[in-house]
Design a protein around this ligand. Sequence first.
Ligand SMILES: C[C@H](N)C(=O)N[C@@H](CCC(=O)O)C(=O)O
Ligand SMILES: [Mg+2]
Length: 365
Amino acid sequence: MRIVSVETELISMKLKKPFKTALRQVSVADALIVKLTADTGDIGYGSASPTAVITGDTNESIEGAIKNYIAPSVVGMDIEELEAIMRKVESSAVHNTSAKAAVDIALYDLFAKRFNIPLYRLFGGARKEIESDITISVNSPEEMAADAINYVKNGYKTLKTKVGVDGKLDIRRVKAIRDAVGPDVQLRLDANQGWTPKEAIKTIRAMEDQGFDIELVEQPVKAIDIEGLKYITSNVETPIMADEALFSPHDCFILLKERAADILNIKLMKCGGLHNAQKINAMAESCGVECMIGCMIESKVGIAAAAHFAGGKLNITRADLDAVDLIEKEPISGGVELSKNKLILSDGAGLGIKNIDFDGGAFDE
Ligand SMILES: C[C@H](N)C(=O)N[C@@H](CCC(=O)O)C(=O)O
Ligand SMILES: [Mg+2]
């Protein structure tokens, strides 16, 4: 099964409500869909999302990297030589992790189709239902509490609360949510690099003292500040998760060696796809560190790939794959179906994507 062409198409999907973090605000989810076609007519789908404030990748850079660097390195290759193809993708350009992830996902979709099995079974077949949290954008304490109540009504048991915009106000935000939802809902926080190390320790300790019962805090400080991250991890009781500090398998090695975080957040757009995600998860597991699978504001193709990965691996103990529930009108069918707070994986071959609607047409299986 040889790869004969690589096509890309941009889709823009309106969000149900603006998504706001300490780093950015966005109302539309853009995704560059990749379609790999093999000489047998089989198709592999992938997807990349531009999150310039985190990965540095934009729609234009993703499209350019795929067209001019990554696609020429995979066309003509036999999908059964997956390891060799991955080396080519990796060495086609440095960085550009979102573009690499899109092609990597499409390659794994095609590879699993070649052997006619669902992708999660290829990764280990641990489970076919993944429970996700849902994100509460950073807003006023009152608006965040109202959002929290709605999400709990819709079946969510874990709320990922965005903070990182003023430590003192963040305490009021989290208090309002805890008071609104009661003690049985799990709360995790994501500061998206918004605090200094000292502010993080002060804020997290205050939340501990007030009994907010926080499951974990994600990326409290700047991505490059590994010492600061380690300082926080060693000085609070609440578990700390690395997100923007973890892109590559090498970043994972440093975080594990330094014991800078308690838990790791793997995202395909940061690490360059499923190939590196497996390396990161294996390294973490061998050091006794659990991983969460996360996402950007992504298409259902990217979410399906991440969910299939989580479905294969027992060391992925948490999922933040809520983008699929933030989009107003879903243009993609198959891959994964949302049932309240659970993602149910497709048993079709590969990702199980059935159809992708674009404004002017469709990619059909
Ligand atoms: C969407 C997901 N719940 C999430 O919060 N992801 C990122 C931010 C992604 C973005 O800005 O698109 C995270 O920091 O965990
Ligand atoms: Mg995060």
